[in-house]
Design a protein around this ligand. Structure first.
Ligand code: SF4
Length: 348
């Protein structure tokens, strides 16, 4: 038997015994459920995704339900899962499928990757799992297994190494049981071939593994080259009046796109003057709350929250993206996690 055949047989046998077959997206398999779970699982742990997946499926049982939903409703449900472009693309993709494809997901890689937010690996997972047509995938778990199995040098997120990783993924893919095989690879990466302390002694594919044979596991996959990230600092203004908070809807593009947030200002802003210029109001109370740091992929942000109390509501709001939200209803709008953390300080 060829090496790659031994690999897939051993892995499939292991999956039958130890695979996470009770994950909700692995029951009642459909293209919609596989797609939704794959988008949510991008750069996110299974345990984090579980409650979000259940909430989404309950609220939007079909792709058409998701397509007809309001983006604000989707973002509110998504809040806390991060990488909000995924939620906006989810909505766009559902609308495209509903309006242009009769509510049905296409069944080829070429067509799938034309959908917003669907990359080659998500398309591969959908082909294998939902349509039972073998197609390779290359998510973080799979890259780690492949780097160790074949001792592939270079950082796997680098475009230069991509071809080699895709070839390796394709070389292991069996012609039959592609659905189980794909899920088994995901599970092997999550449960056995973990980032730190992989459980090589009990690994079903250790006989094929070059890094295990050469005692060089810690060399693979190569670490991401370190980048120095810039730190920005901003004031986040909590304007409170009569148990309401002023919230600002963010533009569709960029960080926290289409979510609600707090008005921001440069750190050297004179807050009293800001209130006068924006609302023609002198605040009755101003307090600096505890600052904290939040890290994005490309930069760090220090958030300096300032609580500003108004005695009365201003006659009008000059910006159309500003509105008042009752403090008790803040969980009904999509707020990014750092903003939720800022607002928690009000409850103390
Ligand atoms: Fe990963 Fe170890 Fe298995 Fe190789 S033998 S695939 S390093 S768990």
């Amino acid at each position: 038997m060829k090496k790659n055949q031994i690999f897939s047989e051993n892995l499939l046998n292991w999956y039958q015994k130890f695979g996470r077959k009770d994950l909700p997206w692995r029951k009642q398999i459909s293209a919609y459920r596989v797609w939704l779970s794959e988008i949510m699982l991008q750069q996110t742990q299974v345990t984090t995704v579980l409650p979000y997946f259940e909430k989404f499926i309950k609220k939007f049982p079909t792709v058409t339900d998701l397509a007809t939903a309001d983006l604000d409703e989707i973002l509110t449900l998504w809040a806390g899962l991060g990488y909000y472009a995924r939620a906006r693309n989810l909505h766009k993709c559902a609308q495209m499928i509903s309006a242009e494809l009769n509510g049905k997901f296409p069944q080829t890689i070429e067509e799938l990757i034309k959908l917003p937010g669907v990359g080659l690996s998500t398309a591969g997972a959908m082909m294998s799992i939902a349509f039972k047509t073998p197609a390779p995938i290359l998510d973080g778990n799979v890259k780690r297994i492949l780097a160790r199995q074949f001792c592939i040098p270079g950082y796997p997120g680098n475009a230069k190494t991509a071809k080699q990783f895709w070839q390796a993924s394709e070389s292991l893919l069996p012609k039959k049981q592609a659905n189980d095989f794909t899920q088994a690879m995901m599970d092997l990466g999550a449960l056995v071939c973990t980032k730190s302390k992989p459980k090589c002694e009990i690994c079903p594919v250790n006989t094929n593994c070059q890094a295990f044979a050469t005692h060089s596991i810690s060399n693979y996959p190569e670490k991401k080259p370190k980048k120095i990230l810039l730190t920005h600092e901003k004031l986040f203004l909590i304007v409170r009046c009569k148990q309401k908070i002023l919230v600002e809807k963010r533009p569709a593009e960029g960080i926290w796109g289409s979510l609600f947030s707090l008005p921001e200002a440069p750190i050297n802003t004179d807050v009293k003057l800001w209130c006068l210029q924006k609302f023609n109001i002198v605040p009755k109370y101003i307090e600096k709350l505890t600052s904290f740091k939040h890290s994005f992929t490309h930069f760090h942000l220090i958030l300096d929250p300032i609580l500003i109390e108004f005695a009365h509501l201003p006659k009008q709001l000059m910006q159309s993206n500003l509105s008042w939200q009752a403090i008790n209803d803040l969980d009904k709008i999509g707020l990014p996690t750092p903003i939720k953390n800022i607002l928690k300080q009000l409850k103390r």
